[in-house]
Design a protein around this ligand. Structure first.
Ligand code: MLT
Length: 204
């Protein structure tokens, strides 16, 4: 997959896996990674799907309606890519924290829904429920931060709560932070994610 890797100054820190929103690129979330921890390594990945020229991580049938078959396929591909990238760039595969926004948050959530040890933690910014009706892996103790909007037209508050409950039921430790700026990312949301990161059990 098209990606960038920047080696951090402190290799004890988790590597941040950056997953952009629809129409974004592998570099979009670099400033956000820097605000959360500027000494961590970063792996920014570009989604393989092009929707009218806009990169995404999986196909959709309509706004908010996912192509489930493609979601499963692309999630597997990303999961396998992480193994290869860890070998190629020499980072610890077991020490990855995903930071995803919108479509990138949805594929990060999908990694959690399908693979037990793909991520050590996740910052999900304006995510949706990637799939329903499946049993999630055991996610005991896995820390997840969800940034959501009370008036997000794409990810409703009900869906945010549903996602948090599904992850919690599988053992994840979830913190939901609410903003009221629709689907937009806000500085205060990232500040909260940074605060959450400093307090999590993830080795730093
Ligand atoms: C998606 O398709 O993943 C969600 O609708 C978010 C987005 O607009 O990318």
């Amino acid at each position: 997959m098209k990606h960038i890797f920047h080696k951090g100054t402190d290799l004890e820190k988790p590597t941040f896996l950056l997953l952009h929103g629809t129409g974004g690129t592998e570099t979009d979330l670099l400033p956000i990674a820097g605000m959360i921890d500027d000494s961590a390594s970063v792996l920014g990945v570009r989604g393989n799907i092009s929707e009218n020229g806009m990169p995404r991580f999986f196909k959709r049938l309509a706004e908010g309606v996912f192509d489930e078959e493609d979601l499963i396929k692309q999630t597997k591909e990303l999961h396998q890519f992480l193994d290869t990238a860890a070998d190629d760039h020499n980072f610890n595969r077991d020490h990855l924290l995903a930071i995803g926004y919108s479509n990138g948050a949805n594929i990060a959530a999908s990694l959690l829904f399908h693979y037990q040890n793909s991520l050590q933690g996740a910052v999900l910014l304006h995510p949706m429920v990637p799939r329903r009706g499946i049993e999630l892996p055991d996610l005991t103790g896995l820390p997840v931060f969800i940034g959501a909007g009370t008036n997000d037209p794409i990810c409703s508050p009900e869906e945010t709560r549903e996602l948090a409950e599904m992850l919690e039921k599988s053992g994840a430790t979830v913190e939901v932070h609410w903003e009221n700026q629709g689907h937009q990312l806000t500085k205060s949301e990232i500040d909260k994610a940074a605060e959450w990161y400093r307090a999590t059990s993830i080795k730093k």
